[in-house]
Design a protein around this ligand. Sequence first.
Ligand SMILES: [Zn+2]
Ligand SMILES: [Zn+2]
Length: 101
Amino acid sequence: MGFRPSFFASPRKLQFLWQRHQAQRKLEKAIAAGKVTKPTRCQRCKKTLPKHKIQGHHRDCKKPLDVKWYSQACHDKQHSRRFQEKAAYRQMQRLSRIIGH
Ligand SMILES: [Zn+2]
Ligand SMILES: [Zn+2]
């Protein structure tokens, strides 16, 4: 979970990666301090898993302690869904430009 941004990342992407990295660190500290309890169950598929297999997903990096807990598989799905939504949105914008209204 190190901070290794791609060398060619844009400044906006870099800022986002940095914010997410900070959020992860704050969350880890909060867990270590006992402020946040890491569950052993995925909030999406409801599977019970060992703690190290549960991952915190930040909905908003400005709220490091506001996380959803997912298994690796669900976490991946969560991110690919957001990616797909963005791709669909971009395509919609492109289409509306061609159509002209
Ligand atoms: Zn899951
Ligand atoms: Zn996530």
